[in-house]
Design a protein around this ligand. Structure first.
Ligand SMILES: NC(=O)c1ccc[n+]([C@@H]2O[C@H](COP(=O)([O-])OP(=O)(O)OC[C@H]3O[C@@H](n4cnc5c(N)ncnc54)[C@H](OP(=O)(O)O)[C@@H]3O)[C@@H](O)[C@H]2O)c1
Length: 221
Protein backbone atom coordinates (compact mmCIF):
# COMPACT_ATOMS: atom_id res chain seq x y z
CA UNK A 1 0.00 0.00 0.00
CA UNK A 2 1.26 3.49 -0.87
CA UNK A 3 2.52 5.44 2.12
CA UNK A 4 1.27 8.92 2.87
CA UNK A 5 4.02 11.48 3.30
CA UNK A 6 3.53 15.12 4.32
CA UNK A 7 6.39 17.55 3.65
CA UNK A 8 6.43 21.24 4.56
CA UNK A 9 8.07 23.80 2.28
CA UNK A 10 7.96 22.03 -1.08
CA UNK A 11 7.99 25.16 -3.27
CA UNK A 12 11.75 24.94 -3.85
CA UNK A 13 15.07 23.59 -2.61
CA UNK A 14 15.42 20.42 -0.56
CA UNK A 15 11.71 20.13 0.23
CA UNK A 16 10.77 20.21 -3.43
CA UNK A 17 13.27 17.47 -4.26
CA UNK A 18 12.21 15.33 -1.26
CA UNK A 19 8.62 15.56 -2.47
CA UNK A 20 9.53 14.80 -6.08
CA UNK A 21 11.58 11.73 -5.14
CA UNK A 22 9.02 10.39 -2.66
CA UNK A 23 6.25 10.75 -5.27
CA UNK A 24 8.44 9.09 -7.91
CA UNK A 25 8.90 6.00 -5.69
CA UNK A 26 5.12 5.66 -5.37
CA UNK A 27 4.25 7.43 -2.12
CA UNK A 28 1.20 9.63 -1.83
CA UNK A 29 2.89 12.98 -1.15
CA UNK A 30 1.24 16.09 0.24
CA UNK A 31 3.38 19.20 -0.04
CA UNK A 32 2.67 22.37 1.91
CA UNK A 33 3.62 25.66 0.33
CA UNK A 34 2.89 29.35 0.75
CA UNK A 35 2.25 29.49 -2.99
CA UNK A 36 2.00 27.01 -5.89
CA UNK A 37 2.67 25.13 -8.04
CA UNK A 38 3.51 21.80 -6.37
CA UNK A 39 6.16 19.47 -7.84
CA UNK A 40 4.86 16.89 -10.32
CA UNK A 41 2.82 14.13 -8.68
CA UNK A 42 2.53 16.01 -5.38
CA UNK A 43 -0.77 17.15 -3.82
CA UNK A 44 -0.61 20.82 -2.93
CA UNK A 45 -1.88 22.30 0.34
CA UNK A 46 -1.38 26.03 0.77
CA UNK A 47 -0.08 26.67 4.27
CA UNK A 48 2.31 29.00 6.01
CA UNK A 49 3.80 27.01 8.90
CA UNK A 50 3.54 30.04 11.18
CA UNK A 51 -0.26 30.15 10.71
CA UNK A 52 -2.05 27.80 13.16
CA UNK A 53 -5.31 28.04 11.20
CA UNK A 54 -3.63 26.96 7.98
CA UNK A 55 -1.89 24.08 9.77
CA UNK A 56 -5.20 23.05 11.32
CA UNK A 57 -6.86 23.11 7.91
CA UNK A 58 -4.04 20.97 6.51
CA UNK A 59 -4.59 18.34 9.21
CA UNK A 60 -8.38 18.40 8.75
CA UNK A 61 -7.99 17.97 4.99
CA UNK A 62 -6.07 14.72 5.58
CA UNK A 63 -8.17 13.38 8.49
CA UNK A 64 -8.45 10.71 9.69
CA UNK A 65 -5.12 9.70 8.19
CA UNK A 66 -3.01 7.67 8.40
CA UNK A 67 0.07 9.79 7.77
CA UNK A 68 3.14 7.56 7.73
CA UNK A 69 5.86 10.20 7.55
CA UNK A 70 5.86 13.91 8.39
CA UNK A 71 8.87 15.91 7.22
CA UNK A 72 9.21 19.37 8.80
CA UNK A 73 11.45 20.97 6.20
CA UNK A 74 10.30 24.60 5.83
CA UNK A 75 12.94 26.94 7.20
CA UNK A 76 14.54 30.36 6.90
CA UNK A 77 18.04 31.69 7.49
CA UNK A 78 18.16 35.33 8.56
CA UNK A 79 21.01 37.28 10.16
CA UNK A 80 24.14 35.89 8.53
CA UNK A 81 27.49 37.22 9.77
CA UNK A 82 29.09 37.97 13.12
CA UNK A 83 28.29 40.31 15.98
CA UNK A 84 29.54 43.82 15.24
CA UNK A 85 29.54 43.17 11.50
CA UNK A 86 25.92 42.29 10.79
CA UNK A 87 22.49 43.25 12.15
CA UNK A 88 20.41 40.92 14.34
CA UNK A 89 17.13 42.81 14.81
CA UNK A 90 14.36 41.48 17.06
CA UNK A 91 12.10 40.91 14.07
CA UNK A 92 14.63 38.47 12.59
CA UNK A 93 14.75 36.52 15.87
CA UNK A 94 10.97 36.38 16.09
CA UNK A 95 10.44 35.42 12.46
CA UNK A 96 13.14 32.75 12.50
CA UNK A 97 11.85 31.11 15.67
CA UNK A 98 8.28 31.32 14.37
CA UNK A 99 9.22 29.30 11.25
CA UNK A 100 12.11 27.07 12.35
CA UNK A 101 10.85 26.13 15.83
CA UNK A 102 7.22 27.04 16.55
CA UNK A 103 6.19 26.15 13.00
CA UNK A 104 7.74 22.71 13.42
CA UNK A 105 6.04 22.14 16.76
CA UNK A 106 2.61 23.33 15.59
CA UNK A 107 2.76 21.13 12.50
CA UNK A 108 3.69 18.06 14.55
CA UNK A 109 1.01 18.76 17.16
CA UNK A 110 -1.69 19.12 14.50
CA UNK A 111 -0.63 15.96 12.66
CA UNK A 112 -0.33 13.66 15.69
CA UNK A 113 -3.81 12.04 15.45
CA UNK A 114 -3.14 11.23 11.79
CA UNK A 115 0.35 9.88 12.50
CA UNK A 116 -0.99 7.69 15.29
CA UNK A 117 -3.12 5.81 12.79
CA UNK A 118 -0.05 4.69 10.81
CA UNK A 119 1.57 1.30 11.34
CA UNK A 120 5.08 2.75 11.68
CA UNK A 121 4.75 6.51 12.10
CA UNK A 122 7.80 8.73 11.76
CA UNK A 123 8.59 12.44 12.10
CA UNK A 124 11.70 13.95 10.50
CA UNK A 125 12.78 17.45 11.48
CA UNK A 126 15.17 19.07 9.02
CA UNK A 127 17.55 20.80 11.42
CA UNK A 128 21.17 21.75 10.72
CA UNK A 129 24.58 20.93 12.08
CA UNK A 130 24.87 24.71 12.52
CA UNK A 131 22.69 24.15 15.60
CA UNK A 132 25.22 21.77 17.15
CA UNK A 133 27.09 23.36 20.07
CA UNK A 134 29.79 20.71 19.59
CA UNK A 135 30.37 22.15 16.08
CA UNK A 136 30.05 25.84 16.98
CA UNK A 137 31.99 28.17 14.69
CA UNK A 138 30.53 31.53 15.68
CA UNK A 139 28.28 33.86 13.70
CA UNK A 140 24.77 33.25 12.32
CA UNK A 141 23.47 33.30 15.89
CA UNK A 142 19.77 33.48 15.07
CA UNK A 143 19.79 30.55 12.69
CA UNK A 144 22.13 28.47 14.86
CA UNK A 145 19.98 29.04 17.97
CA UNK A 146 16.82 28.17 16.05
CA UNK A 147 18.29 24.92 14.75
CA UNK A 148 19.62 24.04 18.22
CA UNK A 149 16.03 24.48 19.39
CA UNK A 150 14.69 22.38 16.51
CA UNK A 151 17.04 19.51 17.39
CA UNK A 152 16.17 19.88 21.07
CA UNK A 153 12.50 19.63 20.10
CA UNK A 154 13.17 16.41 18.21
CA UNK A 155 14.96 14.85 21.18
CA UNK A 156 12.25 15.82 23.70
CA UNK A 157 9.39 14.78 21.41
CA UNK A 158 11.12 11.45 20.83
CA UNK A 159 10.69 10.79 24.57
CA UNK A 160 7.08 11.88 24.77
CA UNK A 161 5.93 10.21 21.54
CA UNK A 162 7.67 6.86 22.14
CA UNK A 163 4.72 5.45 24.13
CA UNK A 164 2.50 6.38 21.17
CA UNK A 165 4.77 4.44 18.80
CA UNK A 166 5.99 7.52 16.91
CA UNK A 167 9.70 7.82 16.07
CA UNK A 168 11.28 11.27 15.77
CA UNK A 169 14.63 12.21 14.21
CA UNK A 170 16.55 15.40 13.47
CA UNK A 171 18.61 15.62 10.28
CA UNK A 172 21.28 17.80 8.70
CA UNK A 173 20.68 17.74 4.93
CA UNK A 174 24.30 18.58 4.05
CA UNK A 175 25.46 21.90 2.63
CA UNK A 176 23.10 21.95 -0.32
CA UNK A 177 22.96 24.08 -3.48
CA UNK A 178 19.63 25.85 -2.91
CA UNK A 179 18.58 29.47 -2.50
CA UNK A 180 19.57 29.09 1.16
CA UNK A 181 22.79 27.09 0.70
CA UNK A 182 24.04 29.10 -2.31
CA UNK A 183 25.65 28.00 -5.54
CA UNK A 184 28.99 27.19 -3.86
CA UNK A 185 27.50 24.50 -1.60
CA UNK A 186 28.81 20.93 -1.59
CA UNK A 187 25.94 18.76 -2.84
CA UNK A 188 22.86 19.16 -5.01
CA UNK A 189 19.30 18.76 -3.71
CA UNK A 190 18.87 15.40 -5.46
CA UNK A 191 21.79 13.84 -3.56
CA UNK A 192 20.66 15.33 -0.26
CA UNK A 193 17.04 14.22 -0.72
CA UNK A 194 18.00 10.66 -1.70
CA UNK A 195 20.18 10.38 1.41
CA UNK A 196 17.54 11.87 3.67
CA UNK A 197 14.78 9.58 2.37
CA UNK A 198 17.02 6.59 3.11
CA UNK A 199 17.57 7.92 6.66
CA UNK A 200 13.81 8.36 7.16
CA UNK A 201 13.37 4.71 6.07
CA UNK A 202 15.88 3.65 8.72
CA UNK A 203 14.14 5.68 11.44
CA UNK A 204 12.32 3.53 13.98
CA UNK A 205 11.82 3.58 17.75
CA UNK A 206 15.31 2.15 18.30
CA UNK A 207 16.80 5.22 16.55
CA UNK A 208 14.26 7.75 17.82
CA UNK A 209 15.92 10.91 19.14
CA UNK A 210 18.78 10.65 16.63
CA UNK A 211 20.58 13.64 15.11
CA UNK A 212 22.14 12.55 11.82
CA UNK A 213 23.69 13.81 8.60
CA UNK A 214 21.94 13.11 5.30
CA UNK A 215 24.44 10.25 4.80
CA UNK A 216 23.77 8.66 8.19
CA UNK A 217 26.76 9.97 10.13
CA UNK A 218 25.76 10.89 13.71
CA UNK A 219 26.14 14.53 14.74
CA UNK A 220 27.28 15.44 18.26
CA UNK A 221 24.75 17.81 19.73
N1 LIG B 1 20.65 24.40 2.00
C1 LIG B 1 21.45 24.04 2.99
O1 LIG B 1 22.69 23.97 2.82
C2 LIG B 1 20.88 23.65 4.33
C3 LIG B 1 21.78 23.24 5.33
C4 LIG B 1 21.28 22.86 6.57
C5 LIG B 1 19.92 22.88 6.81
N2 LIG B 1 19.07 23.30 5.83
C6 LIG B 1 17.63 23.29 6.14
O2 LIG B 1 16.94 22.57 5.14
C7 LIG B 1 15.61 23.08 5.00
C8 LIG B 1 15.35 23.44 3.54
O3 LIG B 1 16.34 24.39 3.14
P1 LIG B 1 16.56 24.81 1.61
O4 LIG B 1 18.03 24.93 1.42
O5 LIG B 1 15.77 23.98 0.70
O6 LIG B 1 15.97 26.32 1.69
P2 LIG B 1 15.23 27.20 0.58
O7 LIG B 1 15.69 26.83 -0.77
O8 LIG B 1 15.40 28.60 1.07
O9 LIG B 1 13.70 26.75 0.73
C9 LIG B 1 13.03 26.97 1.94
C10 LIG B 1 11.63 26.40 1.84
O10 LIG B 1 10.96 26.69 3.07
C11 LIG B 1 9.74 27.35 2.75
N3 LIG B 1 9.29 28.25 3.81
C12 LIG B 1 9.98 29.24 4.41
N4 LIG B 1 9.21 29.86 5.31
C13 LIG B 1 8.01 29.23 5.28
C14 LIG B 1 6.80 29.41 5.98
N5 LIG B 1 6.64 30.37 6.90
N6 LIG B 1 5.76 28.57 5.71
C15 LIG B 1 5.89 27.59 4.77
N7 LIG B 1 7.01 27.39 4.07
C16 LIG B 1 8.06 28.20 4.33
C17 LIG B 1 10.03 28.13 1.49
O11 LIG B 1 8.82 28.53 0.88
P3 LIG B 1 8.70 29.93 0.01
O12 LIG B 1 9.11 29.57 -1.39
O13 LIG B 1 7.26 30.28 0.15
O14 LIG B 1 9.62 30.93 0.66
C18 LIG B 1 10.81 27.06 0.73
O15 LIG B 1 9.94 26.11 0.17
C19 LIG B 1 15.52 24.30 5.94
O16 LIG B 1 14.93 23.91 7.16
C20 LIG B 1 16.98 24.65 6.15
O17 LIG B 1 17.19 25.35 7.36
C21 LIG B 1 19.51 23.69 4.61
Amino acid sequence: MARTVVITGTSRGIGRELARQAAARGDRVIGTQRRGPAPEGVELRLADVTDPQAIGALARSLAPGPVDLLVCNAGIYLGRGRIGEAAFPPEAWAQTFAVNVAGVFMTIEAMLPLLERAERPRIAIISSQMGSSARARGGAYIYRASKAAATNLAVNLSIDLRPRGIAVGAYHPGWVRTDMGGSGAEIDPAESAAGLLARFEALDLSRSGCFEMWNGAPIPF
